[in-house]
Design a protein around this ligand. Sequence first.
Ligand code: SAM
Length: 346
Amino acid sequence: VSESAAKLPSKILELMDGFRASKALFVASKLKMFDHLKDKGPLKAMDIANEVGTSVCGTERLLDACAALGLLEKTPQGYSNTDSANTYLTSDGEYSLHGYIIHSNDHLWPLFTNLESAVKEGSRQNHRAFGKKGEDLFKDYYHSQEVKQRFMAAMHSIAHLTARDVATAFDLSQFKSACDLGGCTGALAHELVQIYPNLKVTVFDLPEVIANTSYFQPSGQDTAPVTFVSGDFFKDNLPEADLYILSRVLHDWPDEKIHVLLSKISAVCKPGSALLVAEIVLDEQKTHPPRAVLQSLSMTEGKQRSGSEYKQLLEKYGFTNFVPLYMVAEVLFPDNGLVLLHAFVF
Ligand code: SAM
């Protein structure tokens, strides 16, 4: 048996068990176990079960699973959060991923449970997962306040975590105004105004989103104002800006829709204007990074693209002087580098 073949069973076993590990993380997060353990000394399973309102035996098994996965520490005195659990898993941690984890549990998990049908039919499985026909991706998210809040919290958690890397990947100090198209809660916009105090940033998003942004605004700190404008970037006039930003937007759409959007941006750009695109970019074989490849399985009408596909798309609309910069967020996502592409209009 060759060395690479011998390694395979452990990889396969890890993948076979992966769903259990994901679900353990999701349930511990949903039950706010990491919140209960935050800033407390070691706690026994019984104390946590009493606080959360769960069975002692079930709680103990779940906490042991979290310890086995490296999310908690277990000593004879009880369980405590690891530093990463305090930072990323508590719901109010500065870089909390709680919102994205809840979205993964409540939305992506039911969709992926129907992956077999999705592959057979080549389409999203909203009707099977949620009992209704999927319309536009975002109409699905925004039909109920609860789902909308959950989706926005998910976007906010990832956007906040990556905002500094996105904002500092290039020196943007030459720009006076920026418009973050599909900027959702304004997480990136707030980071931009912190880093570039002279930059005026407008967040442009659908009316349902803009009506719900107040919950996500930073409190207490003295932030330069960010302006929120509602509209549909396929139909409405875009706010004027020197710098347009599309962060995790292009992957949501097929080429025909991107044609409409990039044509509109291109039409309002002047010489010296720029477009900043933040996406995870596939390698040319489209098998790496795995996180992006696996995202494609949710079968939305959008798709993940390679660097040369983005380059071609952008150049078609006059965004030349294309400077790819790889792996800027390597520290955050070691194997899934968030990749930024920057393109100037001449
Ligand atoms: N830019 C944020 C980020 O990096 O996390 C959010 C990305 S989220 C995947 C896509 C965003 O595009 C959502 O906030 C969504 O509401 C917005 N969007 C979708 N269709 C839109 C449209 N037609 N006009 C304006 N915004 C739209």
